[in-house]
Design a protein around this ligand. Structure first.
Ligand code: TXA
Ligand code: MG
Length: 304
């Protein structure tokens, strides 16, 4: 099983491993990532094989300062920069045109690249000490529940990785919001804790719209219907609907949405740990952070 390390010496161990071309688990404020040095194509390929993820499904590049954005991307619009000035560091990813030197292994063969500056101090320390961005998808097997603790990563990926840097439980708990600036108007590909309403308000100051399809399900490439899925079958209910009395557990995600997001994946994992075959889920209403929760829960509940 992967070794869990922490603190400054943990950061140092993880950076040494990245320099050797290893892939490692590392914390972000959203979910734990499976990181590789963006300059090392063999390491990038290893991310896909460890996750069992199709190679056409692009990875998010994590950076520690704006200079790294300007190195990775070309033609970033003033509206996009204004949004990033407000939301970074934080749980927001933007898709922008990739500079020619950015590895197409990382972008899944595309000429656009997804970039994010995470708020977690240990994530920033790793990227700074390495001196280069790291590509990192969520550190779970493809299609399964995302990890929000170092132990989740070690349990999921077992012997396929050697190190996980422990940064404590993730504060946000759902993956970053993704806004695609390679299309006009920009469009939300995946809802997250930075909401469509917030993004629209910032962009409107710069005369930029946000595509209205943004309230639908995730449209990021490779995000199939079933994703974030536990083994347990989930039956979804709207708040206020009558709930069946069949003895199956009822998970409510309709009250404190910040807490609901923070504990979402832990609660789904717990169902499997307790071998629970079926659970009822009460959804939040579709507004603000409720969109991200509904998106993840409907994908977790989708039939095989
Ligand atoms: O919060 C997060 O974003 C976490 C943490 C680790 O930072 N990462 C994450 O990565 O969720 P992943 O690989 O599980 O999801 C990346 C998403 C995918 O749905 C992918 O399709 C989309 O980002 N994506 C990446 N590059 C893209 C591109 N060039 N164009 C469109 N979508 C892209
Ligand atoms: Mg993922």
């Amino acid at each position: 099983m992967a070794h869990i390390v922490s603190g400054d010496s943990g950061v140092h161990d993880v950076v040494e491993a990245l320099r050797r071309g290893d892939v490692v688990g590392f914390p972000t404020e959203t979910v734990y990532g499976l990181a590789a040095d963006i300059r090392n194509e063999a390491a990038l390929q290893r991310i896909f094989s460890v996750k069992g993820r199709p190679t056409s499904h692009p990875l998010i590049v994590h950076i520690a300062d704006f200079d790294q954005l300007h190195d990775l991307a070309v033609g970033v619009s003033p509206a996009c920069l204004a949004l990033l000035e407000i939301c970074w560091p934080g749980p927001l990813t933007v898709v922008v045109s990739a500079a020619p030197h950015v590895s197409r292994v990382c972008t899944g063969g595309r000429d656009s690249v997804a970039v994010r500056l995470p708020a977690h101090p240990l994530a920033q320390m790793v990227i700074r000490e390495l001196g280069a961005p790291v590509a990192a998808p969520s550190a779970n097997r493809f299609g399964h529940v995302s990890p929000t603790s170092a132990l989740h990563v070690a349990n999921d990926l077992g012997d396929d990785i050697t190190l996980v840097l422990d940064g404590g439980p993730c504060a946000v708990g759902v993956e970053s919001s993704i806004v695609d600036f390679s299309v006009t108007p920009p469009e939300i590909l995946r809802p997250g804790s930075i909401t469509a309403e917030e993004i629209r308000a910032i962009l409107s100051h710069h005369g930029t719209d946000l595509s209205t399809s943004s309230h639908g399900p995730s449209r990021a490439p490779g995000m199939m219907d079933r994703h974030y899925a536990p083994r347990a079958r989930l039956v979804l209910h709207e708040a206020g609907d009558p709930l069946p009395v069949d003895g199956a557990p009822i998970l409510r995600f309709d009250t404190n949405l910040v807490d609901a997001a923070r504990h979402l994946y832990e609660r789904l994992r717990e169902l499997d740990a307790r071998n629970i075959p079926l659970a009822h889920v009460v959804l939040p209403t579709p507004s603000g952070l409720g969109f991200a929760l509904r998106d993840r829960l409907s994908k977790a509940a989708a039939g095989l």
